[in-house]
Design a protein around this ligand. Structure first.
Ligand code: GLU
Length: 446
């Protein structure tokens, strides 16, 4: 067995109850084989054994009192995965699917993603198995405060800088930042995604979606095409789907689907300003459903309990949860002539789906590259906080665009260097890995 396969086997036997983590490790390590073969120092310094092991896992009780005065308990986590190239950086997710394994997969992916951004950020991820659905404002605030009552000892602007993720938006970042400030008596850039009047960067809310569309446009440019006039299927309806729909529509594409846990919306007329603004209302309602979209807009139809991948489109952009697109979905998209799949959710596609796309010569952009604009703009927010300035929206957007183009081109080039032309999965993993691995060697056995 090869060195990479040995390490994958060791992870699988050590953490058999963490399927998503094993999936992420397998996908990354398998694509690294050509680099490992070419550069024996990675094996000599046991880089793979070290890179799959989080530097620190913090797990804690989050007790809180609901509106009926009942005491509830959730599990909170922060996984400080890798700090070779900068302070730990990554979001906080509040979702019932959160557990140590799912956060380990996200923290592992984040390490490579953050490396790809070209900015000095290590990898981390946190969250709780708390479901924000149906919670009142008071409950959300008390939960966030209780979560921070433990987390505050482990983070700091030069140590670990969290941000939002699924279930954690500007409101929750505000509550957590406020509690941190109270406990530490410090106003610092310890969080990103802050409100724009108190240290948050302009364009941060839009950044993941905007960045994904910049990446997609570059993929199209590489094959001599453009986004104008293309039909796009999107899943999800949260912050990431919103930014993606906005930028794609602005650049002349037609976004024809959205989805939620209840089913999907098909609107052949595509999105417009009013529809995109309504996505925010749907999200703010805290009900986690998209069906009301079809009641409000007559051109839209709702398909209960179905996924949007059955619609005929040029481009698919999963923007919801991990493993949301399986092999059957991939086959349906391929049969309908999809040209490009740009994964915006973290590990949104099952490995069999990715293989089906690659076999069918459908260009596939992996989440860790396509969605890196969110954390990249968080990096820009950290810079602005450090120099105590805030940049105009145009400046942040221009930086975001520049970063997305360099992520694309670095991934493209890394794949080419190893004879894997057009394979963005391998290219992104290789480009992200080399920087982290070389920093780990330089810093000794720590
Ligand atoms: N949660 C986002 C991600 O998956 C953003 C993280 C951040 O801004 O730190 O990359």
């Amino acid at each position: 067995m090869s060195y990479a396969q040995d390490v994958i086997a060791a992870v699988a036997s050590r953490d058999p109850h963490q399927p998503e983590f094993i999936q992420a490790v397998t996908e990354v390590l398998e694509t690294l084989e050509p680099v490992i073969d070419a550069k024996p120092q990675y094996q000599k310094y046991s880089i793979l054994e070290r890179i799959v092991e989080p530097e620190r896992i913090i797990s804690f009780r989050v007790p809180w009192v609901d509106d009926n005065n009942v005491i509830r308990v959730n599990r909170g986590y922060r996984i400080q995965f890798n700090s070779a190239i900068g302070p730990y950086k990554g979001g906080i997710r509040f979702h019932p699917s959160v557990n140590e394994g799912s956060l380990k997969f996200l923290g592992f992916e984040q390490t490579f993603k953050n490396s790809l951004t070209t900015l000095p950020m290590g990898g981390g991820k946190g969250g709780a198995d708390f479901d924000p659905r149906g919670k009142s404002e008071g409950e959300m605030m008390r939960f966030c405060q209780s979560f921070m009552n433990e987390l505050f000892r482990h983070i700091g602007p030069d140590t670990d800088v969290p941000a939002g993720d699924i279930g954690v938006g500007a409101r929750e970042v505000g509550y957590m930042f406020g509690q941190y400030k109270r406990l530490r008596n410090e106003f610092t850039g310890v969080f990103t995604g802050k409100g724009q009047g108190w240290g948050g960067s302009l364009i941060r809310p839009e950044a993941t979606g905007f960045g994904a569309v910049y990446f997609l446009s570059r993929m199209l440019e590489k094959i001599g095409d453009s986004i104008e006039g293309k039909t796009i299927a999107i899943s999800g309806f949260g912050n990431v789907a919103w930014g993606t729909a906005m930028k794609a529509t602005e650049l002349g594409a037609k976004v024809v689907t959205l989805s939620g846990p209840d089913g999907y919306i098909y609107d052949p007329e595509g999105m417009n300003d009013e529809k995109i603004a309504y996505m925010l209302d749907l999200r703010a309602s805290n009900n986690d459903v998209v069906a009301p979209f079809a009641e409000k807009f007559t051109s839209a139809k709702f398909f209960a309990d179905k996924k949007p991948w059955e619609v005929k489109v040029d481009i698919a952009m999963p923007c919801a949860l991990q493993n949301e697109l399986n092999e059957d979905d991939a086959k349906a998209l391929i049969a309908n002539g999809v040209k490009i799949v740009a994964e915006v959710s973290n590990m949104g596609c099952r490995p069999e789906a990715i293989n089906a796309f690659l076999d069918a010569k459908v260009l596939f952009g992996p989440g860790k590259a396509v969605n890196a604009g969110g954390v990249a703009t968080s990096g820009l927010e950290m810079t602005q906080n450090s120099i105590r300035l805030s940049w105009p929206a145009e400046e942040v957007d221009a930086n975001l665009k520049r970063i997305m183009l360099s992520i694309h081109d670095n991934a493209w080039q890394a794949a080419k260097n190893f004879g894997l032309d057009g394979n963005y999965v391998a290219g992104s993993n290789i480009a992200g890995f080399i920087k982290v691995a070389d920093a780990m060697i330089a810093q000794g056995v720590v």
